[in-house]
Design a protein around this ligand. Structure first.
Ligand code: IPE
Ligand code: IPE
Ligand code: MG
Length: 278
């Protein structure tokens, strides 16, 4: 097995070609305000190359950097990355500890860069389950970047959508018990305000890499009306050009939210309605 090379902190200048592409993305339609990504396929990527899974996770960090910075350059305001699920704790302990070490290492290496790029880091999930060194490093970078305004990068760590909903239910129940909330007042907005994403708008676009058509316990409540984009590409190969493809696809979608497209309805008289349904 090859040794893991240290992650490098190289600031590559944005190419002229990329600047042109980004202008095209920005001018061809509405930009999603919030993009959420299920970063999947690291293990298969490594396996295809005859390597152990951890190589895939390490290569995935390069994609995180490229996608984060391209979102910041485009003007996307929120990027949520599913980095580790509650269920991922049940993977072999060597993989879990490799991932936790990689997290500490990456946060350490990327902190300056996040700061220089005016990117704010936040995190959602059962963070108290993370090893202490991860919790500390995470808090350190969150604190360092807390006043940054260009893009909010949210890492979902030890996260599950059901956990998020259960926590919200517990909090609302306590408010009901204390007499602060009347159960009849509970509505969409109130539930949203008790979730870990309370300060973040729901994702406009959700991307899953590696060709799997499932949500895997990600933002179950928040994805109600998100546009889905699935690509066969494994996460370590998912770079900005693929992101632009996903945004172009999003810009062609017709988001109807259960309603009928404007100008598409004809007024029907009661007698016509009766004729159609009888
Ligand atoms: C996604 O890649 C990263 C995590 C879930 C931590 P996987 O590790 O799931 O890679 P595959 O899906 O097995 O290829
Ligand atoms: C989802 O990927 C979790 C993350 C990307 C962090 P998984 O690889 O864990 O999901 P399944 O097992 O394919 O559903
Ligand atoms: Mg997977």
């Amino acid at each position: 097995m090859k040794a893991l090379e240290p992650l490098t902190l190289t600031d590559k200048a944005q190419s002229d070609e990329d600047k042109v592409l980004q202008e095209k993305v920005k001018s061809s339609g509405t930009l999603p305000q919030h993009i959420a990504i299920i970063m999947d396929g690291n293990g298969r990527w490594a396996k295809d190359k005859g390597n152990v899974r951890l190589f895939g996770h390490k290569a995935g960090v390069e994609s995180v950097r490229d996608i984060t910075e391209s979102c910041a350059q485009l003007g996307v305001k929120h990027l949520t990355l599913y980095a580790f699920s509650t269920e991922n704790w049940d993977r072999p302990s060597a993989e879990v500890s490799g991932l936790m070490n990689l997290l500490v290492h990456s946060l350490q290496n990327e902190a300056d860069r996040l700061q220089r790029n005016n990117i704010r880091l936040v995190s959602i999930g059962q963070l108290d389950r993370l090893p202490k060194k991860c919790q500390n490093k995470l808090q350190e970078v969150i604190e360092l970047t807390k006043n940054n305004t260009r893009l909010e990068l949210c890492l979902a760590l030890s996260y599950s959508g059901r956990w998020d909903i259960i926590e919200a239910i517990k909090k609302v129940s306590k408010e009901v018990q204390n007499g602060n909330v009347n159960p009849d007042e509970i509505d969409d907005n109130m539930v949203s305000s008790y979730l870990s994403t309370a300060d973040i708008p729901d994702p406009d676009l959700i991307i899953r890499t590696s060709g799997e058509y499932r949500i895997s316990n990600f933002l179950l409540w928040q994805l109600a009306y998100s546009e889905l984009y699935v690509t066969q590409t494994f996460w370590p190969d998912f770079r900005r050009d693929e992101l632009y493809k996903a945004i172009f696809s999003y810009q062609k979608r017709d988001r109807r939210y259960g309603k009928v497209k404007n100008g598409y309805t004809k007024r029907l008289s009661a007698s016509v309605i009766n004729k159609i349904i009888s």
